[in-house]
Design a protein around this ligand. Structure first.
Ligand code: SF4
Length: 438
């Protein structure tokens, strides 16, 4: 069967690249199909399959796959590590998708840190741990390249304490290879310990203000998958054409409560992945692209992008009985996403509040001190005054705990944005703080 691959031009932070192909062109896996504007924050886009261009628009390019050959056209590997990584079209693969070459151009002062975000903070997702286990050498190799490029003297791998086997494995690798300038630092099992500033705080003990860059703490942060892709680009000339991700939830060929990690070419249709797993196990609630906290609902025709980390098919939404108030977290779902889920719960929304730790910075909300609750009673009371009988929250684990300290006393039932995903997976919902549950 011939699959159609859809490549969004705008992926991650920065300007979109400009198409350099037209309908009818034959393209090879790894070939540039949209060129970066080198005067802007911008990276190129590559075809992830051999095939024929079917459509070029202002927003996307569609290629019909002709075969499933895994060879690829190599990128230009001359120039600095940052130049090669830019040629590879690499953006941060774990979050907002900031171009990796910019971070690699950072020149740290003596004593600087290259911090690996191995927190895999979102519940359910497992593909980062999978790469740590199966591609340890690649991750450390990518870390070494990033340290070389930025002049970092120290490498720190921040990973949640619950990942005991992965921690042991990395420590053994470092020991066996006599590596002494890289160490593992276990993190608490809470959300959002993988938020960039939380990670910096919990690894090198510097709390940056909202909106500050890691370089202000003489550090640079990359996630596991991005480091592996840096390694592939520099050592193998591989552009960013494949994506690691986690598939979970209500799919016919996926046993209940299990997850599957896999690698697919970027641009692969979400519908095709669903079909590969035997189709949807109806009834479902939604398909979440990403993790339960920050993921988005898949729209019709959606395809895997450079930052897609999860494909989570959820159970149906449970309707709420009373009027609903929303409290938004800087590290969780946006207001629009909360309203979308509230609508799916057939809720009448009567109020919206934002955690008082959340501050607007560069157009986004950023938490003053991620995961450290400033108290939520005031916000809950505000919603109560607006007529809310139930509350939907997107809070970190610590703040969910404090909502539970006030809302039930006001006889308000608490719902969390992640409930329908975690219940699908048979996991405990986020309410009372429990570091063992994430
Ligand atoms: S303190 Fe508030 S804004 Fe910060 S992570 Fe917790 S809920 Fe989110």
């Amino acid at each position: 069967m011939k699959h159609l691959f859809k490549y969004q031009l705008k992926q991650g932070v920065g300007a979109p690249p400009s198409p350099v192909v037209k309908a009818g062109d034959m393209v090879k896996r790894g070939q540039v199909i949209a060129e970066a504007d080198l005067t802007k924050l911008c990276v190129p886009l590559h075809a992830s399959v051999n095939g024929v261009v079917k459509e070029v628009t202002e927003t996307h390019i569609i290629v019909e796959q002709s075969d499933d050959n895994k060879d690829f056209v190599k990128i230009d590997q001359s120039g600095s590590i940052a130049d090669v990584v830019r040629n590879a079209g690499l953006i941060g693969l774990g979050g907002a998708g900031f171009p990796a070459y910019v971070k690699l151009k950072t020149q740290l002062k003596p004593g600087g840190f290259l911090i690996v975000n191995a927190a895999e903070c979102e519940p359910v997702l497992e593909h980062n741990m999978d790469q740590i286990v199966n591609e340890t050498e690649k991750m450390i190799g990518g870390l070494r390249l990033a340290m070389e490029s930025t002049g970092a003297d120290h490498g720190i791998i921040g990973i949640k304490l619950k990942h005991k086997e992965e921690i042991k494995l990395i420590i053994k690798y470092l020991k066996d290879n006599k590596i002494t300038d890289i160490r593992v630092l276990p993190l608490r099992n809470i959300y959002p310990v993988g938020e960039e500033r939380a990670l910096i705080r919990d690894t090198i003990n510097v709390l940056l203000p909202p909106g500050a860059l890691p370089s202000e703490a003489n550090s640079v942060v990359f996630n596991v998958e991005t480091l592996c892709a840096i390694y592939d680009a520099v050592n193998e000339g591989k552009p960013l054409i494949d994506k690691h991700l986690t598939v979970a939830g209500r799919l016919n060929d996926l046993p209940e409560h299990t997850v599957k990690t896999l690698t697919v070419p970027i641009g692969y249709a979400i519908d095709d992945i669903v079909a590969d797993f035997g189709g949807l196990k109806l009834p479902i609630g939604e398909i979440v692209l990403g993790g339960p906290y920050t993921g988005k609902r898949a729209v019709e025709g959606a395809a895997v992008e450079k930052t897609t980390g999860g494909i989570l098919v959820t159970q149906e939404f449970k309707p709420v009985k009373g009027k609903l108030g929303l409290i938004q977290c800087a590290c969780g779902a946006s207001k629009t996403r909360m309203e979308e889920v509230a609508a799916s719960m057939s809720a009448e929304v009567v109020g919206h509040q934002i955690c008082k730790n959340a501050h607007e910075a560069n157009g986004n909300y950023k938490c003053e001190n991620p995961g450290h609750c400033p108290g939520q009673a005031e916000k809950v009371l505000e919603l109560r005054k607006l007529g809310a009988e139930e509350v939907l929250i997107s809070h970190c684990t610590d703040c969910s705990n404090t909502v539970m300290g006030s809302a039930p006393k006001l006889k308000m039932e608490v719902h969390h944005m992640t409930d329908h995903v975690l219940e699908t997976m048979g996991m405990p919902v986020i309410r009372e703080f429990d570091e063992t549950q994430l």
